[in-house]
Ligand binder design. Structure first.
Ligand code: NOJ
Length: 502
């Protein structure tokens, strides 16, 4: 008995003194691994008055239905990066990262959405930004579309309208033509069907089980068009790479029950596969499991065709393989429980999917309601992708932690330590082809429906200051050292000073 108590005491003590940091990966990031930092146009630019800026869905819905947004505020000024981009480039340079992922505001370049009216001020802004980055040794990684759809195109049905694929192709042509001589990393989409099947996000279409699937198809075809256009007309001269970005949430069985294991795989296919399968799976098309399930439920509900639109044979072939890399925004994971069939339920994505998702109570959390911390999930997701698709080159295009904007952001540092550690293990242990990582975000910024109430920045922004003063948080010091030394840095290796970092 005494021996048992002693052993228990030793184990408890040992576990407590072995802090989380002791478990961090000791591997190093390969020499060709790229570090970066990310933002998106609408979340940081402001600069909407004058300058030929064309309105998008966010401008419209915030003005017209302010009550729908959780936190008051507009993005009219945001971080004012439209005027302060040279200062931003200095902040990026200070981090020592190799690339900056930002997005182009479609409506700033093509105010009406269509290609006949190109805004010179918009071109000048992005040209200046790209040149400033290159002059400072930072590679631009450009997202063509990050949520800010020009209003006129939305009025035509937005991403449910098949013609959007053509308008997107035209927009892509403008971008390649004006910026492609200097931009070598293009991202067509930051996965964008949110708000089509639900009422929680702009454009609040809320036609669940219909509009979200139409969006999936149109977006995929638009991506493929932009890819083929680059391949045919620009790649030979410009020699860049094109990818697409999806949400990299991992869905894990909540128990060992077969039903829950199947439910988790269903969730992966309905949430990740529906975007990735047509492009990355060797057979292309929407995942078989998703096609069969939506077809079956639609028929039982009395629809004369599946609510999931079909790709023709030619389209499947046209889309499959249109990538140079796969981008994932990795923040969190969900546990999955099977839900019994309920035929009386009305049509919805959730009825098709038939799962309940939740997060483990023991996970630490960020400020965002969905942000449970489970880095093992990211490692599992990366392995799942390697095994399910053709071992594509992967870039983690976003990863980050939300809080209230504290300068002494130790929790953010700990979050990054754990996720980067999981990524290192993916690279070295699981042999997943991860080639880059971008921290979200360079700056505290406009967090969509949550306005300015959740802060993800490495640099603090004072939104009450007309000059939007930027101040480095402790995480700047830490990330800078990680990038420089290409390994996970422990907390006690950076000074406790906050000021004087620049
Ligand atoms: C992913 C989105 O791409 C980005 O716009 C957003 O700010 C972050 N998630 C954090 O929610």
């Amino acid at each position: 008995m005494l021996l048992y108590t002693g052993l228990l005491f030793f184990l408890t003590e040992f576990c407590q003194s072995a802090s989380a940091e002791d478990l961090l990966s000791k591997h190093r990031f390969p020499d060709d691994f790229l570090f970066g930092v990310a933002t998106s146009a609408y979340q940081i630019e402001g600069g909407q008055k004058g300058n030929g800026y064309g309105k998008n869905i966010w401008d419209y819905y915030m003005e017209t239905y302010p009550g729908k947004f959780y936190s008051p505020g507009t993005a009219k000024i945001a971080c004012d990066s439209f005027h302060k981009f040279r200062e931003d480039v200095k902040l990026i340079k200070n981090l020592g990262v190799q690339f900056y992922r930002f997005s182009v505001s479609w409506g700033r370049v093509l105010p009406e959405g269509y290609s006949h009216n190109i805004n010179k001020d918009g071109l000048r802004y992005y040209n200046d930004l790209i040149n400033e980055l290159l002059a400072n040794g930072i590679r631009p990684m450009v997202t063509m579309y990050h949520g800010d759809l020009p209003l006129a195109l939305h009025e035509l049905g937005g991403w449910t309208n098949p013609y959007m694929a053509y308008y997107f192709e035209d927009y892509a042509r403008v971008l390649y033509s004006y910026f492609g001589d200097r931009v070598k990393y293009w991202i067509t989409f930051n996965g964008a069907c949110i708000g089509y099947g639900d009422d929680g996000f702009v454009p609040f279409l809320n036609q669940s089980g219909i509009a979200n699937y139409l969006c999936n198809q149109v977006l995929t075809l638009a991506h493929a068009k932009a890819y083929h256009l680059y391949d045919k007309e620009f790649r030979i001269l410009q020699k860049g790479k094109i990818g697409i970005v999806f949400s990299g949430n991992w869905y894990e069985p909540g128990s060992f029950a077969v039903d829950d294991i199947e439910a988790a795989e269903r969730a992966m296919q309905f949430k990740v596969g529906i975007y990735a399968n047509p492009i990355f799976h060797p057979d292309g098309d929407f995942p078989k499991l998703v096609r069969e399930r939506v077809h079956d439920v639609s028929r039982k509900e009395g629809y004369l065709r599946s609510r999931l639109p079909e790709f023709s044979r030619e389209e499947v072939e046209y889309v499959q393989g249109t990538y140079d890399f796969l981008g994932f925004n990795c923040y969190t994971s969900f546990l999955v429980e099977n839900v019994a069939e309920d035929t009386s339920e009305k049509t919805s994505f959730h009825k098709d999917l038939r799962v309940k998702t939740y997060q483990d109570k023991s996970w630490e959390r960020g400020k965002s309601s969905w942000l449970g911390i489970y880095p093992e999930g990211t490692r599992k997701l990366l392995k799942w992708v390697k095994e399910n698709y053709d071992d594509p080159e992967i870039i983690i295009t976003e990863n980050g932690f939300s809080d209230n904007g504290e300068l002494n952001d130790v929790k953010r540092i700990k979050y990054y330590q754990k996720y980067l550690s999981a990524i290192l293990d993916s690279i070295h242990e699981d042999k997943v082809n991860v080639k880059g990582f971008a921290a979200w975000s360079l700056l505290d910024n406009f967090e969509w429906m949550e306005g300015y109430s959740e802060k993800f920045g490495l640099y603090h922004v004072d939104f009450s200051d007309p000059d939007r003063k930027r101040t480095p948080k402790k995480s700047v010091q830490w990330y800078k050292k990680v990038v420089k030394e290409r390994r996970i840095v422990e907390l006690d290796e950076i000074s406790s000073r906050l000021k004087g970092d620049l």
